[in-house]
Design a protein around this ligand. Structure first.
Ligand code: ADP
Ligand code: MG
Length: 389
């Protein structure tokens, strides 16, 4: 999806007020009826209607005219609200080129007033394909009121909390700067995804660094669960930076050991197949693969409370974790069914090949946030709106 931030400049204060009103209305309505938007925005003389026309023109809201008459945010509308908030906080001044398209995110280069460049990740859970969305909706069953905007916001909240905690504990991850709605603002890493590399000056050292990272994470109570060549960035000095955290789990997860081993196998397979380095045959390596049991035993011996425990008490709480996990588990079930394959570890990595291709965004606009509690902190300039809602 294109993010035309020029539009940002054409939008008036009133336009944003109405956009925020739609977001607030979606707290309780999948489709927000016009009278509610009118009352939340508090604009006089059909002001809200005029603004809605502008918002529609720029595809920031969608008009639903069939079953119910009303409006809902598009992903782009949600993007604009998040970006506006980050601009208001003085963290970004401009949005530049898109640097990454993940399965469930878009990543842009952004700048601040000093001209420093950062990475902005906008989460888009459930956009992969319409079929996928439907199956995930089915999977969530009675909880289908957890919309994709809500889940994207949870993914961002989790990613930010984990990135911050990992960075604070010395893990090589981008510096976490800010989070708003489904957006995570972070350091722009100077490096390329390992998947783009075919030759390494020091394959054994890079391999060991990756394995060490997996083991150290487990020793601090965490498993990445998507630890592969797509989520490791490598710089000129062949130093690794780990990214992409929404799917991380605690070592107390029932399948922890399996997930840990899957991460390890993904890296081994990449080095075997793409780099042509065989750790199995390298006698100079102190160990070929880390052991989950050893890492967990080390954590126990150190007696330190794990990051998993620390994070459970963060802004990303237990209920959030449950909601997000239900969705992620559902998508795994679906991925496996799609590929007619079981839980073969090969799966996890092969799936990732999709990461490079442009995902379909046909359903991106299908998102709404009914039944979810919204982050309303940015609606601060709407004091009367809160009361109206
Ligand atoms: P997804 O969850 O959609 O896979 P990722 O967080 O893995 O998203 O990011 C997708 C791509 O965007 C990465 O492979 C990388 O190329 C780029 N990218 C993400 N974060 C950064 C960053 N902080 N610095 C530089 N590039 C990044
Ligand atoms: Mg990724």
């Amino acid at each position: 999806m294109k993010l035309d931030v020029n539009v940002l400049r054409y939008l008036s204060k009133e336009d944003f007020r109405v956009l925020t009103a739609v977001e607030m209305g979606q707290k309780n309505h999948e489709i927000v009826p016009m009278p509610l938007i009118d009352s939340i925005s508090g604009l006089k003389h059909g002001g809200a209607f005029r603004c809605l026309k502008t918002l529609l023109q720029h595809k920031l809201v969608h008009h639903e005219g069939q079953k119910y008459d009303g409006y809902r945010l598009t992903y782009m509308g949600y993007d604009f609200l998040a970006i506006k908030a980050l601009v208001a906080r003085g963290h970004i001044a401009g949005v530049g080129r898109q640097i990454g398209v993940g399965k469930e995110s878009d990543i842009f280069e952004v700048t601040n007033d000093e001209g420093e460049v950062f990475a902005l990740k906008l989460h888009r859970l459930g956009r992969t394909s319409f079929r996928d969305v439907k199956s995930k909706r089915d999977y969530l069953g009675t909880r289908s009121n957890y919309s994709w905007l809500y889940l994207s916001r949870l993914a961002a909240l989790k990613e930010f909390a984990f990135m911050k905690a990992l960075g604070d504990h010395g893990f090589p991850v981008p510096v976490a700067i800010d989070n708003n709605r489904h957006a995570v603002l972070m350091e722009l890493v100077d490096g390329q995804p390992l998947v783009q590399v075919r030759e390494l000056a020091h394959p054994a050292a890079v391999y060991s660094a990756a394995m060490d990272l997996i083991a150290r994470l487990a020793a601090r109570g965490l498993i990445h669960c998507d630890f592969n060549e797509f989520n490791l960035l490598i710089d000129e000095e062949e130093t690794l930076t780990l990214i992409d955290f929404p799917q991380m789990v605690s070592v107390s997860h029932p399948n922890a050991e399996e997930l840990f081993d899957r991460d390890v196998e993904c890296i081994i397979r990449f080095f075997n197949k793409k780099i042509g380095y065989m750790p199995q045959l390298d006698e100079s390596l102190p160990s070929i693969r880390p052991s989950f049991q050893a890492a967990v035993a080390e954590a126990a011996a150190a007696g330190a409370s794990g990051l998993d425990v620390e994070l459970a008490a963060s802004g990303f709480n237990k209920n959030h974790a449950k909601d997000l996990q239900a969705f992620l588990d559902g998508s795994e079930v679906q991925d496996d069914a799609d590929d007619q394959a079981g839980s073969d570890s090969e799966e996890g990595c092969e799936d990732e090949d999709e990461d490079d291709s442009e995902p379909s965004s046909s359903d991106a606009d299908a998102a709404s946030d009914s039944g979810s509690e919204q982050l309303l902190d940015e609606a601060g300039d709407l004091p009367d709106a809160q009361a109206a809602a």
